[in-house]
Design a protein around this ligand. Sequence first.
Ligand code: G1P
Length: 286
Amino acid sequence: MKVKKAVIPAAGFGTRFLPATKSTPKEMLTIVDKPAIHYNVEELIEAGIEDILIIIGRNKEDIANYFDRSPELELFLKENGKEELLELTERISNMANIHYVRQKDAKGLGHAVHCAKTFVGDEPFALLLGDDLVYATTPCIKQLADMYETYESTIIGVQNVDKSQVNKYGIIDGLKVGENLYEVKDLVEKPSIEEAPSNIAIMGRYILTPDIFHMIEETPPGKNGEIQLTDALRRLNQQKEIYAYLFDGKRYDTGDKLGYLIATVEYALRNEELSEDFRSYLKKLL
Ligand code: G1P
């Protein structure tokens, strides 16, 4: 079965990026010339997924406004003969079928994902965490969706991290069953360095099945008193096979100040219009 729907949770407070995120959603922080969430929607479209549910919280209207029409701006651009900019603006509002639901209480990622239950129905779906950007030749979600088509089972996108970083991620204990594929034996949310079963970290990209909703319903609050998706996956893994796929691509954590700066510099260096001047500026500066 093909993956045709996707969910982007974007309800978090963005506490790692205060004060910028006090009134601006962290998903709307700009990487070069587009908000971070635009890159994630592009990743989905390139993977052939156009039905997208964004889970928002209060103070997140900017996200819906961004993907909506901007009649006044469009009229202004039209009247001033700015055809290219007009086309760019219109393209954003026609990018995909974007739906929204509000997570009323900030009770954690598992709770946020559960808000997608009605939208998802009876189909597998892609889950992209708004903070994580992945730059890849084949969109990361496409790599995972291709795996799903073979295994018809939950697929988690993972990458190896430095042992010192394991306490920032969901970590898997896996048995290697293919070149880049692990059968998941166990999962643990943000373990200490001593407790971590490996350095294989969950990177904000998943293909999930509707089974996850029932598991979330049975999952008590875990780390930080929140309902953790990793705990629900752990529960699911006791009943069904789950795979972790070591995807190809560079992942950026844009919800973190340093991660955001790294993403900004690297995306700017890849930008046709800016790369030459920016590169020579950086060379001089350093
Ligand atoms: C979430 C997940 C964690 C995952 C991480 C990837 O944590 O709970 O398992 O490794 O995203 O970015 P968060 O960063 O939202 O605390």
